[in-house]
Design a protein around this ligand. Structure first.
Ligand code: PLP
Length: 404
């Protein structure tokens, strides 16, 4: 059998020292004998052999080649190599969803009796995964303020094996000092995993700041148009190989079709993140001077309490902001229900602007005290600004805000 690697186009680009925008378009592509310009898609579950002997050689690993798409698929491999190149990682494992990526990291690297330190401001399903499903297998988990590196040190113990966090945090845009946390993780012998879904490698590359693993929900900005579910884990080959082992055995792998969509998504990622950041900045500037807005959380603000850290870690401010209005839930719901274009949904990272009320949706299941500790008041509204003209987003938000 001919391995896809043997079909490499002789004109394959030399990507030595290439910049991220170039890697986003060129990395990981294998051309077939058809010399297609755009990446091919291989929607196949299995692969054929020319003889029983070839099948045996391939199954045993003595010959290179694809066996079954739970193990390898050329379309998925292209996505993995491209994202790895963009994150500056040696290897990548693509998964069926962002949650499958987080689960696979835990299954690959932790065991009963181990201890996890997790940011108190992470995606709701991440906390659910730890509390409802992983605790019963003997993992212990503590939750920590992502902005306080000394708290991570203080809560670490001999069994601590994983630090897990998002930066910036959702929905109040607090930023964790990744370099400082990497130093603490190293000191206590834990892996540092960063969920880089809000920034993507176009804005922030955690591996270059000392993180061991980057986790993605490709469902969000990497797709960018709300079409597919997927995820990925990026890191050194040594740390990714065990994750690949979990995927091959347990099966939450990425479908070739989704991998193809994400691969094409990566090509425009830097451009889109720039547009999301610019549009979000325009909306934030309008909100900042609006008399009914009592608080604004956005990484692009000159007044952000962690301005210097953001400038060090992030090349752009990102496409998500949140703001508070006086009048609690009633006022917030009025603003949300007055929109006529913006989509009322908790999803983000889409070309379409989305709006949500965190206290009754994404953070609806935690107690009011826990919400307030996380900065989520009843008057808080989160907006993930899309690729529409920001003037129209502002006009839509003004309907409710101006009539409060
Ligand atoms: C959506 C999301 C996830 C989960 O990803 P899925 O693809 O929905 O499984 C994880 N982390 C963050 C920050 C997210 O926004």
């Amino acid at each position: 059998m001919t391995d896809i690697h043997d079909l490499l186009d002789p004109y394959q680009s030399d990507l030595t020292d290439a910049e991220i925008e170039t890697l986003a378009v060129r990395a990981g592509q294998y051309r077939t004998q058809e010399h297609e310009h755009s990446e091919a898609i291989f929607p196949t579950s299995s692969y054929v052999f020319r003889s029983a002997a070839e099948a045996q050689a391939t199954f045993s690993g003595n010959a290179q080649g694809n066996v079954y798409s739970r193990y390898t698929n050329p379309t998925v491999r292209t996505f993995e190599e491209r994202l790895a190149a963009m994150e500056g990682g040696e290897a990548c494992a693509a998964t069926a969803s962002g949650m499958a990526a987080i689960l696979s990291v835990v299954l690959a690297h932790l065991k009963a009796g181990d201890h996890v330190l997790c940011s108190q401001s992470v995606f709701g399903s991440t906390i659910n995964l730890f509390e409802k499903y992983l605790r019963k297998f003997g993992l212990d988990i503590d939750y920590v303020d992502p902005t306080d590196a000394s708290a991570w040190k203080a809560k670490s113990r001999a069994e601590t094996r994983l630090f897990f966090l998002e930066s910036p945090s959702n929905p109040v845009m607090e930023v964790a000092d990744i370099e400082a946390l990497a130093a603490v993780a190293k000191e206590v012998g834990a892996l540092l995993a960063i969920d880089n879904c809000f920034c993507t490698p176009a804005i922030q590359r955690p591996l270059s700041l000392g993180a061991d693993l980057v986790v993605h929900s490709a469902t969000k900005f990497i797709d960018g148009q709300g079409r597919c579910l997927g995820g990925a884990v990026v890191g050194s080959k040594e740390l990714i190989d065990p994750v690949v082992g979990v995927l091959r055995t347990a099966g939450p792998t990425m479908s070739p079709f989704n991998a193809w969509v994400f691969t094409k998504g990566l090509e425009t990622l830097s451009l889109r993140m720039k547009a999301h950041s610019e549009n979000c900045t325009a909306v934030a500037e309008w909100l900042e001077q609006h008399p009914k807005v009592t608080k604004l959380n956005f990484c692009g603000l000159a007044s952000h309490p962690q301005r210097a850290l953001i400038d060090k870690q992030q090349s752009m401010s990102g496409g998500v902001l949140s703001f508070e209005v006086e009048g609690g839930k009633e006022a917030a719901w009025h603003v949300i229900d007055s929109t006529r274009m913006i989509s009322i949904t908790a999803n983000l990272g889409d070309a379409k602007t989305t709006i949500t009320h965190p206290a009754t949706t994404t953070h609806g299941r935690i107690t009011e005290d826990e919400r307030l500790a996380a900065g989520i008041s009843q008057g808080l509204i989160r907006v993930a600004v899309g690729l529409e003209n920001p003037k129209d987003v502002i006009k839509d938000l003004a309907r409710g805000l101006d009539s409060l």
